[in-house]
Design a protein around this ligand. Structure first.
Ligand SMILES: *Cc1c(COP(=O)(O)O)cnc(C)c1O
Length: 377
């Protein structure tokens, strides 16, 4: 059996262990600590945002963002349908109701026209959405200028789910810094990892201070434990932040490496009929967290599932694109606005191995296995 090629595996640099060793040497293993502050500073510097709170997960960041925006039981929150379930689940944690929006074809993200249609329809039904959650799938920025213009017109705050898009930009500005609040993730499969973690970023210092307060069990200032709010245990530990500090040092290199994967696949598979790649629209730079392709079975003569299974036989991990939330059993009763663009992407889309640690030999093996099946010419 050939060696396993993973979809996206952790890739450590030189410094992570030294930062972790520092945490051990100073016995700073507990939550909070100097590495947490340092990591937050690194995130602020990299994204050129005002403030950052390092948390236990991207999901925790999304949950706190909703709480900060006072989303509560019965409220409606608009969310991109095509995404990982963690974008939508925290809406339900709050007892609120998700309203799903289809994707457009240029970025595969929230369609601004459908966003407007949905807001106007919800308003006509007597309910104003409390927040909007666009997502930058696979690192490709959503059309944030259009989305922010609509959000501002209707005065609805935006929670930007940039969990997959650290290192991506729109007009040179970091993803996660367009919305009222931005969400990052450092889960094991993301472009950089703290083994598990996330962050909330914003120019609004009040929000970030409150996020830190809520994330540490909402302890009021008192020598004893005093609480006037419901709190959460959502803070990042000093050990995880130590890994994060090392990873921030290699983030730019990781973006280059992931983009190289995409360029390699496009160069070697770009001429195959029925196979297509998502190009970057004007002004957008994707970190290419995952390299994705669409396979049109009518032209290629095979489905994305044929390709996935064939790769698997050679110990190569690939995965269908995210299955849209409006197609998920758990959200089957949710409102949805769209023309099934995301359904089509899910049917025909595949994520190829995309780790920054892939070698040219790995990439060449993936391409060869794909060429076994696809008509080249
Ligand atoms: C990974 C991810 C999350 C959740 O982040 P965790 O750190 O795993 O909790 C949220 N949204 C999207 C789009 C993601 O890909």
């Amino acid at each position: 059996m050939n060696e396993k090629i993973w979809l996206s595996s952790p890739h450590m640099g030189e410094m992570e262990q030294q930062y972790v060793k520092q945490a051990f040497d100073t016995n700073w293993i507990a939550p909070l600590g100097p590495h947490v502050d340092g990591f937050e500073g690194d995130l602020v510097a990299f994204t050129k945002t005002g403030h950052a709170a390092a948390l236990s997960a991207g999901t925790a960041a999304l949950h706190l963002a909703l709480i900060l925006l006072n989303v509560s039981a019965g409220d409606e929150v608009i969310c991109q349908s095509m995404t990982f379930s963690a974008s939508a689940n925290p809406i339900v944690y709050q007892g609120a109701v998700p309203i799903f929006i289809d994707s457009e074809r240029d970025t595969w993200n929230m369609d601004p026209e459908l966003l407007r249609e949905a807001i106007e329809d919800r308003l006509s039904k007597g309910k104003k959405p409390k927040a909007i959650i666009p997502v930058h799938l696979y690192g490709m920025p959503a059309k944030m200028k259009e989305i922010m213009a609509i959000a501002e017109e209707f005065a609805i705050p935006v929670i930007e789910d940039a969990a997959e898009a650290l290192g991506s930009t729109l007009d040179g500005k970091a993803m996660g810094t367009f919305g009222t609040l931005g969400v990052l993730s450092f889960n094991g499969n993301k472009i950089i990892t703290t083994s598990g973690g996330g962050a909330l970023i914003s120019d609004n210092e009040g929000y970030i201070k409150k996020a830190r307060f809520l994330a540490t069990q909402a302890r009021d200032a008192a020598p004893h434990y005093e609480h006037s709010h419901i709190g959460y245990n959502y803070r990042m530990s000093n050990v995880c932040a130590a890994i994060g500090r090392g990873q921030m040092g290699v983030l730019s290199t990781r973006v280059t490496q992931r983009r190289r994967n995409f360029d390699y696949y496009r160069e070697h598979l770009g001429n195959i009929a029925g196979l297509s790649f998502l190009e970057e629209p004007e002004g957008m730079i994707s970190n290419r967290w995952l390299s994705t392709i669409l396979i049109d079975p009518k032209v290629a003569g095979i489905t994305r599932e044929d390709v996935r299974v064939h790769l698997e036989k050679d110990n190569i991990e690939s995965r269908p694109l995210w299955k849209p939330m409006h197609m998920q059993p758990v959200f089957k009763d949710a409102a949805y606005y769209g023309q099934e663009v995301s359904r089509g992407l899910f049917s025909n889309g595949l994520c190829l191995p995309s780790g920054s640690n892939l070698t040219e030999k790995d990439l060449s093996r993936v391409v060869s296995r794909m060429k076994d099946l696809l008509p080249t010419g």
